[in-house]
Design a protein around this ligand. Structure first.
Ligand SMILES: [Mg+2]
Length: 107
């Protein structure tokens, strides 16, 4: 019996007592986030900030999510940008995690 090969987005997390959690994240979600991460690195280079700065950056991005929602309802230049803004939120959160890992888990 051949074992089904996992796509890069598929993961199996082994839990205690032999239980496994199998999940898959669609490429339609992951690819835009990876592309955004590459764009951020190209624009800003490696970023190493204190937690409060990362939080401020993340909240600024969340503010843009809120703006996109409001402009979708009431009109404005940010209408139609919700998905892109959510991708930026995810990319910033990933970048923050990368920073934590680079610095030995220090926050
Ligand atoms: Mg944004």
């Amino acid at each position: 019996m051949s074992k089904k090969s996992a796509t890069p987005a598929e993961r199996i997390i082994m839990l205690k007592d032999g239980l496994a959690w199998h999940y898959s994240l669609p490429a339609s979600v992951l690819n835009p986030i990876a592309k955004e991460r590459a764009r951020q690195n190209e624009k800003w280079g490696e970023q190493n900030h204190a937690a409060e700065i990362w939080l401020a950056i993340l909240i600024e991005e969340m503010g843009e999510v809120s703006q996109a929602l409001l402009h979708d309802k009431s009109g404005g230049h940010a209408a139609g940008t919700l998905r892109d803004e959510l991708v930026q939120v995810a990319a910033v959160a990933i970048q923050w995690l990368e920073c934590i890992d680079r610095n030995g888990g220090e926050k």
